[in-house]
Write a protein that binds this ligand. Structure first.
Ligand code: ZN
Length: 312
């Protein structure tokens, strides 16, 4: 039994429309689901990814309209690493971000690009050249040879960042590569997970911070993962039905909220695969709130819907 790498990462945004404009237009991802927070249906839950919304490509946001900016600190993820196909893609993105007024910096030996989203979340574009099959979306201004290929890694803040975390290795099957860096290797995809020394300032959840990270499980293994975490004395939740996957949650010992999510049924379960993310989808238990939610949720414009209306 092994985890299949990343499933998704979930953040908080203070403004759904600027979030959609940034990820579905500037970065060229596909908005694959527009729904609400199952635990608080007055708030949006937006999902972005590749064309099909495949696990490994998914970034999601809870919108808390007007939320104050947070600050990543100990026990929180501080940087998401998105893959691009080549070093030439880094040049393409440096130009595209500059053209759109997003300031970005080269990092390391110039082969990665670091910038922030409109809420202040730190993103890093890295060349995905160590084996992950590309998971890409289609955007009219982003050639396939440069389009984002899915999530390659994430970095979190921790005390004792370089010390091996045995829950990761012994319970969850990550490989420790030394110095706080881990690799989670699934059959098809892998993910780079790492800890850095925490800053002195206290963490503050809010807009632009990461809420949790979800690892992908084969459907048949999901209950076994729950049992394995419980056997390791982890406090793990019951299985929650998130409509597009089943989920369990637990905190790893460094404090980061982990989820394990099933690979299926996926985002085409309640709308046509060709029209993912276009209409507001509500879980059954909240469908009776539709009229109210359609009135109270700030409408968001999906750039893809606008483009198809223009060309129609
Ligand atoms: Zn989640």
């Amino acid at each position: 039994m092994r985890l299949e790498g990343l499933h998704h990462i979930t953040m908080i945004t203070g403004d759904a429309q600027s979030n959609v404009a940034f990820y579905a237009d500037t970065l060229g991802l596909r908005l694959v689901k527009k729904t609400v927070n199952f635990d608080d249906p007055s708030a949006y839950h937006l999902y972005f990814g590749d064309e099909s919304g495949a696990p490994g490509s998914i970034l999601t946001w809870f919108e808390f309209a007007g939320a104050v900016r947070g600050r990543a600190g100990i026990g929180m993820i501080h940087t998401l690493q998105l893959g691009v196909p080549s070093a030439a893609s880094i040049e393409f993105w440096a130009t595209r971000l500059a053209d759109r007024g997003v300031s970005a910096e080269r990092s390391g030996d110039g082969t990665s690009l670091v910038f922030e989203d409109p809420d202040g979340l730190r993103l890093q574009l890295v060349v995905a050249d160590d084996g992950n099959p590309p998971l890409q979306a289609v955007h009219p201004e982003v050639p396939t040879e440069h389009a984002i290929t899915g999530l390659e890694g994430a970095r979190a803040y921790s005390m004792f960042s370089s010390v091996e975390e045995s829950v990761l290795t012994d319970v969850l099957g990550f490989e420790h590569e030394g110095n706080g860096e881990y690799r989670l290797q699934g059959v098809d995809r892998h993910f780079h997970w790492a800890y850095d020394a925490a800053p002195a300032l206290a963490p503050r959840p809010g807009a632009g911070t990461v809420h949790h990270i979800a690892w992908a499980s084969q459907d048949d293994d999901h209950l076994k993962w729950q049992a394995r975490i419980a056997e390791a004395d982890g406090y793990v939740t019951e299985v929650k039905d998130r409509d597009y996957f089943n989920a369990i949650y637990f905190r790893e010992p460094r404090g980061v909220l982990f989820e394990i999510a099933t690979m299926s049924p996926g985002f085409a379960v309640d709308e046509d695969a060709a029209h993912l993310g276009e209409a507001l989808r509500l879980p059954k238990q909240h469908e009776h709130l539709r009229a109210e939610l359609e009135r109270t949720l700030q409408p968001v414009v999906n750039p893809r819907t606008v483009a198809s209306e223009v060309s129609a």
